[in-house]
Design a protein around this ligand. Structure first.
Ligand code: MG
Length: 401
């Protein structure tokens, strides 16, 4: 093996084995057979990320030393002068994770070893339990518990609840309608039912998904306090961060925040102000493993735990990156996980495995997950105009999804 390994090619693979459009980035090197994969999934705008990687990062980075991850991250971050934002951060993340994958392969070690080694053998994961009624959610919770899960995020009728027959004005535009007031009333009833039936030993979580006005979110956090949540997620929108102080001052419901964040000024005041309990960015959206490991260390100083975003629009490579951080960070809290379908496992050999509520990495060096590009091509990404992000309240007003 030569001392310096240079980047020789960078390209994007788009694939949707489970329906979600995934964006992954392959970095090739001057060392024969040595390459890495990173996650750059911005599922709503995959083609914009592909252009950012192949038309802007590739010409900038081909020929550089693949070992110089920190220098490459900073160079890519400021090279566009205007920085941050989901398209450019995801593009950088694809390269960044791939370089960590390459460094691990060069060292013959899993990435968690490069980060300081394991703090734990596996990461506890939470699953999503949804249903149309409190009884239906209870059934879903019991099914997951029977499979060994001890952390469950409970929702009734999707984020913000499902709208029934709303009194819409004439001519109301089409969209994904919901009723914030009905939603806010329904959540305490759901938790009252669940704690009365499944008890307090299972950890329950809930995602508000920024669907309430700040004062209603404050009241909900207070109303849920007796039900001892593991955390309440995205109670406020990134545009309303100053209201977290009001939640903190009025109740001890644990607060998780951050999946929409992509700028350091969004998370640093919340952590340093001790205003949240869990930080949960989407690691590709914030720029990859390089910034995420720094946030984890910063949060550790303030006793804030990690709960990285892990839905279906994170590729198995992104999930592996979450997991390597989960294993190596003392302040790990819990890991979101949406499950891997057979098609995902087929396209991404080496997917982490979950047993009895814990996620385990494989023993391969790097991030441990490969891509079968022939099989990936069997699941092309369809262009479509999403409806769920065309969210509206009963009078037809467009609101945050
Ligand atoms: Mg969420």
């Amino acid at each position: 093996m030569s001392d310096t390994v240079k980047i020789t090619d960078i390209r994007v693979v788009l694939t949707a084995p489970a329906g979600c459009r995934l964006v992954v980035v392959r970095v090739d090197t001057s060392e024969p057979g040595l390459y890495g994969w990173g996650c750059a999934t911005f599922t709503q705008r995959p083609l914009a990320v592909k252009v950012a990687v192949e038309e802007y990062l590739k010409p900038l980075l081909v020929g550089r030393d693949a070992d110089r991850i920190e220098d490459i991250w900073r160079t890519a971050w400021v090279h566009s002068y205007w920085r941050n934002g989901p398209v450019l951060n995801n593009a950088i993340s694809g390269v960044d994770m791939a370089l960590w994958d390459i460094k691990g392969k060069r060292a013959g070690m899993p990435v968690y070893q490069l980060l300081g080694g394991k703090c734990r053998e596996a990461a506890a994961v939470y699953r999503h339990a949804d249903g149309a009624s409190p009884g239906a959610v209870e059934e879903s919770v019991r099914r997951w518990m029977a499979e060994g899960y001890r952390h469950l995020r409970v929702q009734m009728g999707g984020y913000g609840g499902r709208a029934g027959d709303l009194p819409k004005p004439e001519g109301a535009l089409p969209g994904a309608y919901y009723d914030p007031a009905a939603y806010a009333r329904s959540v305490p009833r759901l938790f009252e039912h669940l704690r009365g039936t499944v008890g307090f030993e299972v950890e329950l979580l809930h995602d508000v998904h920024e669907r309430l006005h700040p004062v209603d979110a404050i009241r909900l956090a207070k109303e849920l306090e007796p039900y001892r949540l593991f955390f309440l997620e995205d109670a406020l929108a990134p545009e309303d961060l100053e209201y977290f102080a009001a939640i903190r001052s009025q109740c001890a419901t644990p607060i998780a925040m951050g999946e929409l964040f992509n700028h350091p000024r969004e998370w640093t005041p919340l952590i340093a102000g001790r205003l949240i309990d869990f930080i949960r960015m989407h690691i590709s959206q914030m720029g990859g493993l390089t910034p995420a490991r720094k946030v984890a260390a910063f949060a550790e100083m303030y006793n804030v735990r990690t709960a990285w975003h892990g839905p279906g629009d994170v590729s198995p490579i992104g999930h592996a990156c979450n997991l390597h951080l989960d294993l190596a960070c003392p302040n790990f809290g819990v890991q979101e996980w949406a499950g891997f379908s057979d098609a995902l496992r087929e396209v991404f050999p080496g997917c982490p495995e979950v047993r009895n509520g814990y996620m385990y990495p494989n023993a391969r060096p790097g991030l441990g997950v490969d891509v079968d590009e022939v099989k990936a091509a069997k699941y092309p990404c369809a262009s479509q105009v999403d409806v769920w992000t065309q969210t509206r309240t009963p009078d037809g007003t467009a609101v945050k999804p």
